[in-house]
Design a protein around this ligand. Structure first.
Ligand code: ADP
Length: 437
């Protein structure tokens, strides 16, 4: 038996045995190498995966390459998403409205600069602070806690940051819940809006009042004429008074239309030239007529044109502004007083139309408000002489439209001086022009 076995073993040739052994050893080596490379790959992946080989042999090499590509794509996507997020945040930063993001507990997660300025928040220091602790306006705190955000809440911005011409900045705040219990606060500065609304209300009230007064007087006269037997003389007197009232309403409506035309129309032409002498001649006609109507004694009127010039702009507007200043001087200066109208060139080349009077003068506190609509110092004198309270508002508009400046100098008891100073760009000298021609 032993010889049989020994005989079989001896029957396998030595070369074959060597081949088997080699194949076996090779397989083991290949397995070890494969396991080592898998281990290497795992090791790299377990760390930060940045050291992945770019291209290796065999299945592990390809696997590493594919993982690397996949990671690179993901990285690019993450970078793009981050860039877009930064762009969104930059856009929200640039918004004129404030944006604050609150977490579930009402703590500040993020806010833009506008909101930080409006609420007086420090975007870094106050992060994760409760907003209700920083903005303590009771209306705001109640609104935030109510979880009823169907409308906005209007509050004063915290006083130390929010002042606008001496008044607190008014903020409209609206909350929008998102992602469950998170909240986004949008804030809007509505100070100008509220001021414009208040001005509109005042304006409507003023116009209604100005029209109602003559209307009431007219209605009274109509009733008298209807109910009382009047002789011809009385009737004529009443009709004259009615005429005065309707004329007053007509003047008011005309001034209102002039103002709305000035506000709504295109800029006055820069190439349409009007001679100052012609404008002054018209002023003189109107001024003398008005003076003789108002004061039995009349005024000492003088008109002078130092250098005849031409002004570029809308002739009717220029005439209206100049006549308005002259008519004011005559209306507020008692008969016998002096009114001097002049045109001259200033040393810097600008042109000045000035009306100086020896009237009652104006106290300093009134001067900045004179161009407000319906602002009057001497109400009864204004009404008696047919004033609407809109004259200087019209003058200011015309001046602005022509790039001119309205200067008012006055002192009580010392008369007044109203001047329109036109820029060089809107002037040319008639003498110079004719010389060139
Ligand atoms: P009004 O139609 O009432 O004259 P204005 O707008 O022209 O309205 O003027 C506003 C107010 O300025 C007048 O009511 C008047 O009190 C004052 N005012 C204007 N011009 C003069 C002046 N030359 N002297 C004194 N007060 C003046």
């Amino acid at each position: 038996m032993a010889s049989l076995i020994g005989g079989t073993a001896a029957a396998v040739p030595f070369g074959w045995r060597f081949l088997w052994l080699g194949a076996w050893l090779g397989a083991v080596l290949w397995l070890v190498l494969d396991a080592w490379r898998a281990q290497q790959l795992l090791h790299v992946l377990r760390n930060d995966a940045t050291g992945l080989p770019s291209r290796g042999p065999g299945v592990w090499g390809e696997l590493a390459e594919r993982i690397r590509k996949l990671l690179r794509t993901r990285e690019q996507q993450a970078r793009q998403a981050e860039d877009r997020l930064q762009e969104f945040l930059a856009a929200i930063q640039a918004s004129p409205n404030g944006v604050v993001l609150l977490d579930e507990q009402g703590r500040i997660e993020w806010c833009n600069q506008t909101a930080a300025g409006q609420f007086g928040i420090d975007a870094d220091r106050d992060l994760l602070q409760h907003l209700a602790n920083l903005v303590r306006d009771p209306a705001f705190v109640a609104y935030l806690a109510s979880w009823n955000y169907s409308r906005d809440v209007v509050i004063d911005a915290p006083s130390q940051v929010g002042m606008h011409r001496g008044h607190p900045v008014r903020l409209s705040v609206q909350v929008h819940p998102y992602a469950g219990n998170r909240r986004m606060l949008l804030t809007r500065d509505i100070t100008s809006l509220e001021q414009a609304e208040a001005m509109r209300r005042d304006f409507v009230a003023n116009v209604s009042h100005e029209i109602r007064t003559p209307l009431t007087v007219l209605a009274g006269f109509v009733e008298t004429l209807q109910n009382l037997p009047l002789d011809a003389e009385e009737r004529a007197r009443y009709l004259a008074l009615m005429g005065q009232q309707s004329h007053r309403m007509e003047t008011l409506v005309n001034d209102l239309l002039t103002l709305s035309r000035l506000e709504g129309s295109a800029a006055p032409p820069a190439t349409r030239w009007t001679r100052v002498r012609a404008l002054m001649a018209q002023c003189e006609d109107e001024g003398r007529g008005l003076s003789s109507r108002l004061a039995s004694q009349g005024h000492r009127l003088s008109f002078s044109v130092e250098v005849d010039s031409e002004i570029a702009g809308a002739p009717t507007e220029l005439q209206s502004a100049m006549s308005n200043l002259l008519s004011n001087a005559i209306r507020y200066t008692p008969g016998g007083g002096e009114v001097a109208v002049s045109w001259r060139l200033l040393p810097d080349g600008r042109g000045e139309y000035a009306v100086r009077d020896s009237g009652p003068g104006i106290a300093a506190e009134h001067i900045p408000r004179l161009t407000e609509r319906f602002y009057r110092i001497d109400r009864s004198r204004s009404r008696e002489t047919g004033g609407t309270g809109l004259g200087l508002a019209i003058v200011k508009h015309v001046a602005q439209r022509h790039g001119a400046e309205l200067r008012i100098e006055s002192a009580v008891g010392k008369g007044s001086r109203f001047a329109l100073v036109f820029p060089v760009t809107r002037l040319r000298q008639t003498a110079a022009l004719s010389a060139v021609a």
